[in-house]
Each structure stands twice: as structure tokens, then as C-alpha cells.
Design a protein around this ligand. Structure first.
Ligand SMILES: Cc1cc2nc3c(=O)[nH]c(=O)nc-3n(C[C@H](O)[C@H](O)[C@H](O)COP(=O)(O)OP(=O)(O)OC[C@H]3O[C@@H](n4cnc5c(N)ncnc54)[C@H](O)[C@@H]3O)c2cc1C
Length: 540
């Protein structure tokens, strides 16, 4: 039986080794002068950093905590067109998001894969013709080659109807994609670093002032002294803190552009067999997703609540847990109770404030704000956006910044695999079969997890390992010393939370015992032996 595992909130930042794990200076850039300074290591900042580095720009990204430490690890983890947004007339967003599904599936087939959604029809909520029309648009708004189209389901006969109450006899199935959200961020940062960007985690942007036609900025590494850097262009991708960066870091007194909307998820022991997810309609016209999660679990979310506190402290409330359980219990035969919840997380959507009356109706599209001129160098702020649209958002950002970056190279990210995603034909199953055939000593579950997490980079993780023991101590749940070292050396991991909840979800499987062992290991392991090679000469 599963015990209570950690919840976000009581597993917050337990520090790992206090020593800086990477050089805080930038030997490749001793003058600390960049083309572009990016504030925020969520998906938008990391995506823009990757795009910029690939265009040959000198890039510095600063992230005050861990990569994906805020909203970008608290999503529903879907690369989706957003069927629901059609109701709000967000055709542009849906079209762009649908097209991105196919692009992202191809460049990161290890961490992104197709997921079938089952939509049970509830005649009291939306008529069948409306659902059919929405799905028709969904099928046809953007070209589709790797994902199947929608279809009607006889839930009385189809296996997908089995977990549902018998009253739901009709339904629809359509495809979207799953994404390992925090790994997507890390892989974008890694690719940026390998293309020459300086990625500095645990380093806060403090302020910037115009000087000599560019920006002079102060950044503050954790536990270090403030540093001064120069950049021609600033990109403010601080997510829920975008307004705060403008106000406190740049002295802007304009109106707030953001509407913060909290969303929470619960995780319970697996509710049903089968790999399909469900999209459940709620009487308040919202929808709730029920998704197979990490093999043994089911993920349920999300909520939509106005939020005005510090985004760093978003946490699920008892009312939200009850709301999510009720939503599931209207449809699934097997009831879920708040006591079943083994983990939960909450995040804050940094939505652009389009003055919608209800949080669910606030636009999910992104908006750029560019300020420049009259002696002021450019600053581009990103409001809103989805994980799904991050790659395209970065391309759009450079279209807008082109006038300020003469000679800027063109877009390139649509077909370039992310680290580990360079598998022939983007065929993950064939790749996994190869990993298993080459290493018959790997337990199948571990082989699959590592192949999913690292893709072709798994070769670097294994090094010359010839047997399981070569991967070092197993700390629990299949997390080996070799993997921890790889995460520290290559993926900016510093704390147990970085390793157990963002680079992986092993915290869910290993519980407090695993965390205790990782804490012990990170505390006793001296940093120089744990870390030998930064991925680029320029990572903080
Ligand atoms: C509940 C929920 C479910 C969602 N589900 C989905 C989904 O299924 N699919 C989808 O496509 N999208 C989804 N989204 C939306 C998506 O998660 C967000 O739009 C996206 O993660 C925002 O990324 P970001 O980079 O703008 O912000 P963030 O991820 O919050 O990153 C901003 C970063 O800036 C850093 N920062 C702030 N101030 C400073 C400073 N002064 N110095 C240095 N760093 C700073 C922060 O620490 C933070 O890490 C969901 C969102 C929520 C909340």
C-alpha cells in the first residue's frame, strides 16, 4: 500500500552541496558582454535561449531557482491544441498549438508521445453536435501526419468505457501528446549551453539600466556577490514574475499585464487499466483531465483560481482536492477520495490579462510587449503562452527583435532534435529495443525509464558500463549513483528536489527513504568529484 508521499510545499528546496557546482564566471566571455540577457529558466526562457544560441547570438540566461522550478514543472504535461479553447474562439492559438504537436513529437520523441483522450458525452452539458464540430476543427485546423484523427466511441462496448459509469454510453476519442514538462525545459537549456549559451541557475536578475546603447544589468548568484553584465537586448521571461521584474528591476510603473491563475493537480494510485486519458466535462463548463501517470499512478487536474499571493508559494487547497475528486466521481465507476491522494502540486499560470470575467476565459495565447526607443535599448516581455507553443513563441520573439539585432540568422528549431531526440525516424520503440538488446543486463523497467528520460544521451550516462553494478549504488527506485552524477554534471541538478521531482519523478516512487539517501549522498559527496565537466564553459 502506498504511504503518503511528499507534496509540493513540504518537499521544498532542501539544499544539496553548498559548493558551487559549476564555475560562476564565464571564461568564454570575460567581458561579460552578451547580445541577449534572458530572465527566467522556465520553458519560454529556455526555448528563447536555445533559439538565440543556435542563431549565433551570445546568450546569458539567469534563473533565480532551478530550471523549470516554477510554472513549467506544474503543468498538466500536455502538448495539446486545447480543444476547450475553441469555445473561447482562440482559433489562432489552437491552430499554432496543433501544428506544434507534430513538430515537437519529431524533435523530442523520447519525452513527448501521443496520448489518446476519451471524451464521454454528457447530454446535460454539451450537445453531441457541438463536440463533433469541435473535433472536426481540431482534426483539420493544422496538418497532421503522426497523430490519428478523432472518432466516435460506443462506450458500452469499447474497452475505454469500462472504467466509466454505465450511464455514459457514447463518447469520442482524439489524440494529443504527453510531455515531460520539466525535462523539456532542461533539454532546451542543455542544447542552448551546447551551442554556447551561458546558463546560470540559482542566479537572480536584480536590475538593469540603459548605458552605452545597451543594458547594464546586475545579477545575484545564490551565496555569491552581485555581478555586472552587459547586454544589447533584454528578454523578460520571468513567468508569474514578469510584472515584478519590470516594476522592481527596471523601474516601470505601468499597469500590471498579468492575470495570475492558480491550477492544481492531484496524484492517486492508478484508477484503471489502459493507456487512455479522459477529458471530463464539469457542470461549471470547465474540463478535468484524468491521465495515466508514471505507471502506477493517475494524474488528475486541473483547477482555475484567481491568485494574488507570491507565486513561489502556490499550494493546493482542500477545496480544490474535493473539486477534482468530485469531477472524477461523476464519471468513473471507482470513486476517488481526498484520502487517496499521494502527491499534489500547484502552479500559477502567468496569463495575459485580457479583462475576461472568469479565469477559465482568460486568454491562453501569448502576447509580447516590446519597449525600445528614445535612447532606451530593447526589452521584450513575454506574457502568457503554453508549454505547447514555446518553440514557436521563441521564433516569434526573434521576428519582433530582428530590427534590434542586425544580421540575425533565420529560424532553425522546427526540425532540429533536442538533446537525446536524434533517433532514426523519431521511433522511440525501435530505439528502446536497441538499448535493451545492447544491454541485456538492464532491468526492462529501468531501460525504459532511462531511454525515455535521456533518449540517445543515455549512451553518455552509461559510459562504458558493462553490468548493472557499474552504475554504482542504487539509492532506490532505480536511481543510481551514475545517474545522479550525470544530472549534476550535465543538467544543473543541485538539490534532491532537482533530481527527484524535476529531472525525474522518482520522488513519487522512492518516497522519503530515497530522498533521505540522496540528501545523505549530496551532503557527503564532495562537489569536485561529483562534478567534473560543465557542458559548456559558461554555465553557472
Ligand atoms: C496548472 C497548469 C496546467 C498547465 N497545463 C499545461 C499543459 O498541459 N500544456 C501546456 O502547453 N501548458 C500548460 N500550462 C501552461 C504552461 O505551464 C505555462 O504557460 C508555462 O510553463 C509558462 O512558462 P514560463 O517560462 O513563461 O514561466 P515559468 O515556468 O514560471 O518560468 C519563469 C521563471 O522565471 C524565473 N524568474 C522569475 N523572476 C526572476 C528573476 N528576477 N531572476 C531570475 N529568474 C527569475 C522563475 O524562477 C521561473 O523559473 C499549464 C499551467 C498551469 C499552471
Amino acid at each position: 500500500m502506498l504511504g503518503k508521499l511528499q507534496k509540493r510545499g513540504d518537499n521544498e528546496e532542501m539544499r544539496g552541496p553548498p559548493t558551487p557546482l559549476r564555475s560562476q564566471s564565464d571564461p568564454a566571455n570575460p567581458n561579460r558582454s552578451y547580445d541577449i540577457l534572458i530572465i527566467g529558466g522556465g520553458i519560454n526562457g529556455a526555448g528563447i535561449a536555445r533559439d538565440a544560441a543556435g542563431r549565433g547570438l551570445r546568450v546569458l540566461l539567469v534563473e533565480q531557482g532551478d530550471l523549470a522550478g516554477a510554472t513549467s514543472s506544474a503543468s498538466s504535461k500536455l502538448i495539446h491544441g486545447g480543444l476547450r479553447y475553441l469555445e473561447h474562439g482562440e482559433l489562432r492559438l489552437v491552430r499554432e498549438a496543433l501544428a506544434e504537436r507534430e513538430a515537437l513529437l519529431t524533435i523530442a520523441p523520447h519525452i513527448i508521445w501521443p496520448l489518446t483522450f476519451v471524451l464521454p458525452h454528457d447530454a446535460a452539458l454539451r450537445p453531441a453536435w457541438m463536440l463533433r464540430t469541435g473535433l472536426f476543427l481540431y482534426d483539420h485546423l493544422a496538418p497532421r501526419s503522426r497523430l490519428s484523427g478523432s472518432r466516435g466511441l460506443d462506450l458500452a462496448r469499447d474497452p475505454a468505457g469500462k472504467p466509466l459509469k454505465p450511464v455514459f454510453r457514447r463518447g469520442f476519442a482524439y489524440a494529443d501528446c504527453w510531455v515531460e514538462d520539466s525535462r523539456l525545459v532542461v533539454l532546451n537549456a542543455l542544447d542552448a549551453a551546447e551551442r554556447g549559451a551561458a546558463i546560470r541557475t540559482r542566479c537572480r536578475f536584480v536590475s538593469a539600466r540603459p548605458e552605452g546603447g545597451g543594458w547594464t544589468a546586475t545579477i545575484q548568484p545564490d551565496g555569491g556577490s552581485p555581478e555586472i553584465v552587459q547586454a544589447r537586448v533584454l528578454v523578460n521571461a520571468a513567468g508569474p514574475w514578469v510584472d515584478r521584474v519590470l516594476r522592481e528591476g527596471m523601474g516601470r510603473n505601468g499597469r500590471n499585464h498579468l492575470k495570475l491563475v492558480k491550477g492544481s493537480h492531484i496524484v492517486v494510485p492508478r484508477l484503471y487499466a489502459g493507456e487512455q486519458a479522459y477529458i471530463l466535462q464539469n457542470p461549471d463548463r470547465r474540463i478535468v483531465f484524468v491521465i495515466p501517470y508514471e505507471g502506477r499512478f493517475t494524474l488528475i487536474g486541473t483547477t482555475d483560481l484567481p491568485f494574488e499571493d507570491d507565486p513561489a508559494h502556490a499550494a493546493i487547497s482542500a477545496d480544490e482536492t474535493a473539486y477534482l475528486c468530485e469531477a472524477v466521481n461523476r464519471f468513473l465507476a471507482r470513486p476517488v477520495r481526498p484520502a487517496d491522494v499521494v502527491w499534489s502540486y500547484a502552479g500559477v499560470r502567468p496569463l495575459y490579462d485580457n479583462a475576461a470575467a472568469h479565469p477559465s476565459a482568460t486568454t491562453r495565447d501569448y502576447v509580447f510587449d516590446i519597449e525600445a526607443g528614445e535612447g532606451r535599448p530593447p526589452v521584450l516581455s513575454v506574457f502568457g503562452g503554453k508549454i505547447t507553443t514555446y518553440r514557436h513563441l521563441a521564433e516569434h520573439a526573434f521576428e519582433r527583435l530582428r530590427p534590434f539585432l542586425p544580421g540575425l540568422a533565420g529560424p532553425w528549431t522546427a526540425h532540429a532534435p533536442l538533446p537525446g531526440g536524434d533517433m532514426p525516424g523519431a521511433d522511440f520503440d525501435a530505439f528502446l529495443a536497441r538499448v535493451q538488446a545492447e544491454r541485456p543486463w538492464l532491468p526492462p523497467g529501468l531501460a525504459r525509464r532511462l531511454a525515455r528520460a535521456y533518449g540517445t544521451r543515455v549512451e553518455r550516462l552509461f559510459g562504458g558500463a558493462k553490468r548493472l553494478d557499474d552504475l554504482g549504488e542504487d539509492f532506490g527506485a532505480g536511481l543510481t549513483e551514475r545517474e545522479v552524477t550525470y544530472l549534476i554534471e550535465t543538467e544543473w541538478a543541485r538539490t534532491p528536489e532537482d533530481i527527484l521531482w524535476r529531472r525525474s519523478k522518482l520522488g513519487l516512487h522512492g518516497g522519503p527513504a530515497l530522498r533521505g539517501r540522496v540528501v545523505e549522498y549530496l551532503t557527503t559527496k564532495s562537489a569536485p568529484t561529483a562534478v567534473s565537466r560543465p557542458p559548456s564553459p559558461a554555465c553557472g
